[in-house]
Design a protein around this ligand. Structure first.
Ligand SMILES: *Cc1c(COP(=O)(O)O)cnc(C)c1O
Length: 424
């Protein structure tokens, strides 16, 4: 058993929301792997690839631009705060935040392979990637990934569109409809009886034994995090467009659902670069998978602790967050910039799936509802221990953004079942 502090342990075991406040959080990421330069290159690459993606997905009516709306929360949020919703659950085609990181790494790979093969002499014109000879060349590569469902879909979709083969290793949490939809795209789906950690090991083994394969490693890949970071710049532009000020007396609180921490880590990187200490990044996890909570609450570990060592079982209704150990890269380079972690019981996630649907018309999967569910517990915890006047100003001048990370593509039957669980 991991000797997590008795306080952490009992808080997590209580089954009530637990909040870890990192009051001393910094705002300067280490930039060993995820760098400002790479983040800028990612935004350029997305722009250069948009016409190609638009062409590949013309039938589906997508223009190739990866961006999602920022919406005002309708009515009053129970926390009393001003809440905006960053609707990545509405991202085109994939309907999850994984489109940012997963698709990005596929684009990098495609460009690299095509350049090596001499198919792209002019990088400003990527349309050559649509020619039959490019597809033929790319068909020799097999992209591998381990996933609880959503990462596999984004990567499978992009890889197949460019003509590559894709093999996904799915954990036990992966939903049937997510596997079915992958098989329909011609992706090889390998099912595992264990959790995400086990599926990841299997994918790494498979990649090692095949020289034509390329593994997109959810834990270790810096490229994924760099891809996610583009979301931060997109949010900043949208806030500016809405006239939202972010400064010392108008902090921005952003609530990010966390699995391995790559999506939130990439976004946190960008937000701290843009807003410095005025952006507060809060990661949100189901209690059963509270791996970031453990990693930041406990110091002195060699590799991030696993939830199993803390007596948690990594079983949660939020399949996108069912991860027992966070990315070491994220904790080491960006972890000190995380301002707080909220661990929530599944019933709170389900409650917010229903609430978001009924009051906002947002179709969310449980993982994606985590941000909305975390605002009240986080702001309450933050209020204790600071001067009431200071708190009042902070709270009322601040803007709270819940990042809704997936769900618009949930089939009706799946969604009704989720809603039934909240009332049943
Ligand atoms: C993957 C995922 C996340 C979290 O991303 P990580 O990089 O694993 O932290 C959040 N929400 C949904 C819906 C996801 O699929």
């Amino acid at each position: 058993m991991l000797s997590i502090g008795p306080q952490l342990q009992s808080r997590l075991e209580s089954g009530a929301p637990s909040v870890l406040l990192c009051r001393e959080a910094g705002w300067v990421p280490l930039e060993h792997h995820v760098t400002l330069e790479a983040a800028q290159a990612a935004r350029d690459r997305y722009a250069r690839f948009a016409p190609v993606l638009g062409e590949l997905f013309a039938e589906q009516g997508w223009d190739g631009v990866i961006s999602s709306p920022l919406r005002e929360f309708k009515g009053e949020h129970p926390s009393g705060a001003r809440v905006l919703v960053k609707c990545d659950h509405e991202l085109p085609l994939t309907g999850t935040i994984k489109a940012r990181g997963g698709v990005y790494e596929v684009l990098c790979l495609v460009e690299e392979l095509a350049t090596k093969a001499g198919l792209l002499d002019d990088r400003s014109d990527l349309m050559a990637l649509l020619l039959p000879e490019a597809k033929e060349m790319l068909a020799q590569t097999r992209v591998l990934v381990a996933s609880t469902g959503n990462l596999a879909y984004s990567i499978g979709l992009a890889a197949r569109a460019f003509g590559m083969n894709a093999e996904v290793h799915m954990s036990q949490d992966a939903k049937e409809w997510k596997k079915r939809r992958l098989r329909q795209m011609g992706v090889d789906v390998v099912e595992h009886a264990g959790d995400f950690g086990l599926a990841l090991h299997a994918a790494r083994d498979a990649a090692r034994s095949d020289s034509r394969s390329y593994l997109i490693d959810d834990e270790e890949s810096p490229t994924l995090k760099v891809g996610y970071s583009a979301g931060a710049w997109e949010l900043a532009a949208q806030l500016e467009g809405m006239g939202v000020t972010v400064d010392a007396s108008h902090p921005l609180f952003v609530y990010l659902p966390c699995g391995v921490g790559g999506a939130g880590g990439g976004v946190t990187f960008g937000l701290k670069k843009i807003f410095g200490p005025h952006a507060k990044c809060i990661f949100v996890e189901p209690i059963a998978s509270a791996a970031m909570y453990l990693a930041l609450g406990e110091r002195g570990w060699e590799t991030p602790p696993s939830v199993f060592d803390a007596g948690l079982d990594n079983r949660t209704i939020a399949d996108g967050l069912a991860v027992g150990k966070v990315s070491e890269l994220v904790v080491k380079e960006i972890g000190h910039c995380i301002d707080g972690v909220v661990a929530l019981p599944d019933r709170h996630l389900l409650h917010w799936v229903e609430e978001a649907w009924r009051t906002q018309g947002l179709r969310l999967e449980p993982a994606a509802a985590a941000g909305l569910a975390a605002i009240a517990p986080y702001t309450q915890a933050l209020a204790s221990g600071i001067d009431q006047h200071a708190w009042h100003d902070l709270f009322h001048n601040g803007t709270h953004v819940a990042w809704t990370t997936g769900g618009s593509q949930l089939p009706d039957a799946e969604f009704s079942e989720l809603l039934a669980q909240t009332t049943g």
